[in-house]
Design a protein around this ligand. Structure first.
Ligand SMILES: [Zn+2]
Length: 303
């Protein structure tokens, strides 16, 4: 999203910038061109968009405007899917997600690309729809049998759910909410170095929401657990589906309240306060982490 915002950045001051981010998030969301549905009303030979996954890789057709294969039959590509699931319509065309075997090779002129890397290839709303597609097809694969009694499940006719015909148990696509927080103290941003990170980068405090707690409680608990601090003025910032593998990232801003930084040195190796000048932009613009860091830099530079 931020890539598209660059055009507008010069026109708006920093105070309007956050409002603009929120506005464009709504405008650029998944439902701009996509209409969800459970069952296709079209004949089986109607041309359709196909989000085809080989493990975590999405089939890209660079010759197509949307870069998503469009065909009335997968036979045209000599592809045999091992499962298919109807998603609804994209620009009025039926749209499916499908899984192929790991041995499947891409048709000539196309390629299977790591879903994360398709952010730079696809339009934002198509990228978001691809994220929905991979979560739905993986959920379909992992819920063929009832988790309560083991009987084969059937697709529920009223929504994305699997129903057990034996015991009635229902399974829905799994979404795991996680919170990520930009904590500010005296014009500086708290960032921590995680032991599991692939780089030495410092990042924002983040973690999954536990059963029974509110999002704000999750923010307070994660901050206390990871760096031993208390925070106040917790404010919702933005949210972002994160299909790696099935998170919903909920961004917050907060102010330091009390305490001294104390890390466990196992999960978190170090944490400290950074001025805007000490922070280099994140290499990828696609995450809510980079949005939060940009928000901090916009609002706290040159003060
Ligand atoms: Zn059952």
């Amino acid at each position: 999203m931020n890539k598209k915002l660059q055009i507008f950045r010069g026109i708006f001051n920093s105070r309007n910038y956050h409002f603009l981010v929120l506005t464009l998030t709504i405008l650029l969301g998944i439902y701009k061109r996509y209409q969800p549905a459970v069952a296709s009303q079209c004949a089986s030979n109607t041309p359709a968009y196909w989000f085809i996954f080989n493990s975590d890789k999405l089939l890209i057709n660079p010759k197509n405007d949307l870069k998503i294969p469009f065909t009335d039959s997968l036979k045209e590509f000599s592809i045999i899917s091992i499962r298919e699931y109807y998603l609804g319509t994209l620009d009025g065309h039926p749209t499916y997600t499908a899984e192929v075997t790991p041995e499947t090779t891409a048709p000539e002129g196309m390629s299977f690309e790591d879903l994360k890397l398709t952010y730079d290839i696809l339009d934002e709303d198509i990228f978001l729809l691809a994220g929905r597609a991979i979560q739905i097809i993986n959920w379909d694969k992992n819920h063929q049998f009832c988790g309560a009694c083991g009987a084969p499940t059937i697709n529920w006719e009223h929504g994305n759910a699997k129903k057990c015909p034996e015991c009635g148990h229902m399974s829905f696509p799994r979404i795991s909410p996680a919170v990520i927080t930009a904590i500010v103290k005296d014009g500086k941003l708290l960032m921590a170095k995680h032991s599991y990170g692939v780089t030495n980068r410092y990042g924002l405090i983040a973690g999954f929401v536990d059963p029974g707690e509110t999002l704000e409680e999750a923010v307070k608990r994660e901050v206390a657990e990871e760096v031993g601090l208390k925070v106040k003025n917790i404010k919702y910032f933005d949210s972002q589906p994160w299909p790696f593998p099935h998170s919903l990232m909920v961004g917050f801003t907060a102010e330091y309240k009390s305490g001294e930084i104390k890390v466990d040195e196992l999960e978190i190796l170090d944490a400290k306060w950074f001025s805007p000048e000490e922070i280099s932009p994140l290499p990828s613009k696609m995450s809510i982490a980079s949005e939060l860091i940009e928000w901090f830099i916009e609002n706290y530079s040159n003060r």
